[in-house]
Write a protein that binds this ligand. Sequence first.
Ligand code: ARG
Length: 569
Amino acid sequence: MKGILSELIYESSLEKFKEITKEEIKNLLETPANPMFGDYSLPCFYLAKVYKMAPKSIAEDIEAAVKSKDTEGLLTDIKVVNGFLNFYLNSEVHLKKLIFDGRKEDFGCKKIGDGRIVCIDYSSPNIAKNFHVGHLRTTLIGNSLYRIFSNLGYQVIRINHLGDWGTQFGKLIVAYRKWSTKEEVEEKGIEELLRIYIKFNQESEQHPELKEEARSWFVKMEQGEAEAISIWKWFKEISMLEFERIYRMLGISFDYYTGESFYMDKVPDLVQELKEKHLLKQSDGAQIVELDHFGMAPCMILKKDGGSIYHSRDIAAVLYRKKQYHFDKCIYVTGLEQKLHFEQIFQVIQLMGYEWHQDLIHVPYGLVRLQGVKLSSRTGTIVYAEELLAEAIRRAYELIQQKNPGLEKKEEVANQIGIGAIIFHDLFHQRIKDVDFSWDEVLSFEGTTGPYVQYTYARAKSILKKAENKFKKDKVDVSLLKEDATYSLIKILSEYKEVIYEAANRYEPSVIARYTISLSTVFNKFYQECNILNAEERLKNARLFVVDLTCEIIKDAMGLLGIECPEEM
Ligand code: ARG
């Protein structure tokens, strides 16, 4: 609805708004907390600055213009109050617009992306390291962005840039040959790889020759020597088993698992190109691109020993993606601590003369802490993702046993609730904020949680079921939907499209999570105040229609977060 109103405001004052865009008007519109101040309110202070006028007089100008342009009678009143322009909507015209114009099959979103290509690089865990709750964040945010952008009509390519190359694998090979066996690794998986990796780090303090040995194994890997490669490949398979279990639980998949090792043989071409463009400098035997003009540390391309590093593999990766997928945007979801890394990469791409450096977007997120400390397997402050998911499912199952023991498909529903709780909790936080992890909070099913939204959905579904889904979508008498609780519900339903845009523009799934909570609260109020099933036929039909629309939007919105909604719970 904001869209329709901002359009009306913009169109009516076209002459005036040369310096302002329609988008800006839309962003300025607020929803007053107190309905006394209208359905929407436009603060005129910013406009007053741009046009060097008093807020009151610009408000009056806009008021007159909008009044003369509103031939459809969308507004019942406009008031100027202290530099604010308050708009009162005609609920009947408004409702008609919302229900009959505003609601296309895909909520009218597909045109935005228009098939353009977006790469999203997310999850990307490191091989032979445990997948802990910190990794869940990139995984869940990335997955939600994939769904949001697909919903807007973009073609999204999901890339898992596995951390599967680097000197640590030389260490791991030495450690494996000294302190482990095939059976143990096969049985215990990543846990065993982690154990021997930690042991290597301890032992090599006293026995520096171990480090030498590790280095030579990594050189063998880089040269493609058969034994080194086969052990490394096997470590990767062992790790993937665990990662895939987690992805399966979360309902997440990727188009490509092209990890760092995939770009190894693409680094020499990059080095060549950098040389030709006179960007490569020697520094202490290493090859770097200087970035001090931009206030950044240099970006290393090749180490002293000539090997590639994280940075050069990332640059090779983005060149490959551009050539291969012709992306319109390439999005990276990682922790905030990699901010500088991506600034360096993007800067090098710009120095190489590629206009499209502007289409590279780093989407950072805050740390997950446990009782105030950063997660670390070395100090034991760690929560494994798999353990957390299993516990959430277990608790959900217990709850079902207590509250609804007769429920069909209990296990499936327990999965949906448990996993839903974890995903929702993660995405509800603004992504940049640090999260203090608490088992009780994450596994709570009440308040602002996923299960609360799921429960609202199941409740709405049960009303439709009781009415045997008998209502006529094309015979809704809009004049019957004007009482406060219904009108508020329809108003919030109508904001859904804008909510998706905002989430996409800000790369911020929490916008959608928060919206589902508000929608549920407003729906539950409507449910309490308005009798649905025993209302008179025409009223019942109109109300059922609204219930159905609510179900549709909750399900769609939760889907954008990667959460399923059980029909019954
Ligand atoms: N493997 C890295 C880590 O765990 C994340 C990789 C992110 N993607 C990228 N293209 N650098 O920190």
